[in-house]
Design a protein around this ligand. Structure first.
Ligand code: AMP
Ligand code: ZN
Length: 472
């Protein structure tokens, strides 16, 4: 199995440090807002990687941190006249709700920065003792000139980095690339006692301290969006390797940006849609399919057109899945079991996923499978339900458990007893009227209302059709 390593810039054979265990750390959200659909792309792709490793039989320990103390949170608390704890707790809860809605498998642990201050102080103290950190009036900085390998992840030398990077200018620093390990407290800001006086940790030290605490000094995979390669991950290496004197991470994995009109979607640019807004318009499975259809490392443009087309793809999977469920319920015991080599599809799926998690090719295998099985179903009458059990198992193991682009559980149950087709048709008419009257807010509200009831709408040239999906 191959994995692309940002550190070596090559695809390498995946050999975890301590098989069958795999340790994986993903840089999580800073909780001062709902996370956007760009963040969601990185989260979902990390989830797919983790799920595929589990499919392969690895025991994955997956950790995602929560940054709950930082300038943005402090500013937000000030704007909203709330405490930083209230702001961070509120958006951390929203984060948990949204990742659940995105059908991400729960991490083994979501460490919060504010609950690991003593570990961070421990790492900074050790760095200071070893001569890698210096204290100026209660602000502690990392001395980049002392770490000879600085720049080895981003592949740049310190001169290039100094001229090209947006690094904070701060007259207390010896070198512009030096970064903050401990920030002296200002009035009204959250702070903790430390050997350097009251203050709070810098951002980079969080991940070094928390990944070591929960996964050990050397870990297998450390992941995050491309924007984190420099300075965040470069600085994590400098901190951890100077402190613990061993290789920090075996495989560095980075996710491409989700762009909007060819510009990175970001909170600071304001060009974002929150994941929950998008989840109000599209089922999680369609959103995941949209992500999975592009290689994790490259850029991906966000548009309603692309999401609508992902939704159509999702409906193809859903159609087959529903057919399978109905047939399994009928439990026909005829002798007709058509020839179908399902093993080939497992092996195709594994072949492409083994090649650095090539999810677009994996999606293509699923659609080949759907085409082939639909053809068989059309050409044969009265098929034995054992055939359908085999199909279901394939979809369950690949499309559901790895990619998360279908959710089979409960598909065969009465989908929504509280709403009948007539009521749905009525709401569709109401939505059409609203659209004609250019009341797009009402039209969207109706669509969202239906999605929450497990009904997805499909606008065609001839009108609107609907489909019932399973909602938990
Ligand atoms: P943040 O809350 O900004 O620290 O970001 C949380 C995670 O989302 C990090 O792993 C980022 O690298 C990632 N991320 C941020 N913006 C994007 C984007 N537009 N596309 C993909 N990933 C992103
Ligand atoms: Zn991090």
């Amino acid at each position: 199995m191959k994995i692309y390593n940002t550190f070596t810039k090559t695809k390498e054979e995946f050999q975890p440090l301590n098989p069958p265990n795999v340790t994986m750390y993903m840089c999580g959200p800073t909780v001062y807002n709902y996370f956007h659909i760009g963040n969601a792309r990185s989260f979902v792709m990390a989830d797919i990687v983790r799920r595929y490793l589990e499919y392969k039989g690895f025991h994955v320990k997956f950790i995602m941190n929560i940054t709950d103390v930082d300038d943005n949170i402090i500013n937000k608390a000030f704007e909203e006249k709330k405490s930083t704890i209230d702001v961070a707790d509120f958006y951390a809860e929203a984060f948990f709700e949204d990742v659940k809605k995105l059908r991400m498998k729960e991490a083994n642990f979501y460490p919060k920065a504010t609950l690991h201050i003593s570990e961070m102080i421990g790492v900074i103290k050790r760095l200071e003792e070893k001569g890698f950190a210096y204290n100026v009036n209660g602000n502690v900085f990392y001395d980049v000139s002392k770490f000879s390998d600085y720049g080895k992840l981003s592949g740049k030398n310190t001169n290039d980095l100094e001229s090209g990077a947006r690094v904070d200018v701060n007259e207390e620093k010896k070198n512009p690339l030096d970064f903050t390990l401990w920030k002296k407290a200002k009035d009204g800001e959250p702070s903790w006692d430390s050997p350097w006086g009251k203050g709070r940790p810098g951002w980079h030290i969080e991940c070094s301290a928390m990944s070591t605490k929960h996964l050990g000094k050397s870990i297998d995979i450390h992941a995050g969006g491309n924007d984190l390669i420099f300075p965040h991950h470069e600085n994590e290496i400098a901190q951890s390797e100077a402190c613990f004197e061993q290789k920090f991470v075996k495989y560095w994995m980075h996710f491409g940006f989700l762009n909007i009109q060819n510009e990175k979607m970001s909170k600071s640019l304001g060009n974002f849609f929150t994941a929950r807004e998008v989840l109000d318009k599209y089922p999680a499975e369609a959103i995941r399919l949209f992500f999975a259809q592009t290689n994790y490392g490259g850029p991906l443009n966000f548009s309603d057109e692309l999401l609508n087309s992902a939704q159509k793809g999702y409906e193809k999977i859903l159609n087959l899945a529903e057919k399978i469920e109905r047939e399994i319920k009928l439990n026909s015991r005829s002798a007709v079991i058509p020839e179908f080599d399902v093993k080939k599809y497992y092996s195709d799926f594994e072949k492409v996923m083994d090649d650095d998690f090539n999810s677009p090719q994996a999606v293509a295998v699923i659609f080949d499978f759907i085409r082939a099985t639909n053809k068989i179903i059309a050409e044969n009458d009265n098929i034995d339900s054992n055939f359908y059990h085999g199909l279901k198992q394939f979809l369950k193991k690949t499309a559901e458990n790895v990619l998360g682009i279908i959710h089979l559980d409960g598909l065969s149950n009465e989908l929504n007893p509280n709403i009948d087709n007539e009521q749905i048709e009525l709401l569709i008419k109401k939505r059409d009227m609203a659209k004609k009257e250019k009341d797009f807010i009402l039209a969207d509200q109706i669509r969202t209302e239906l999605i929450n009831l497990g009904i997805i709408l499909q606008d065609n040239k001839t009108g609107t059709t609907f489909k019932k999906i399973n909602v938990k």
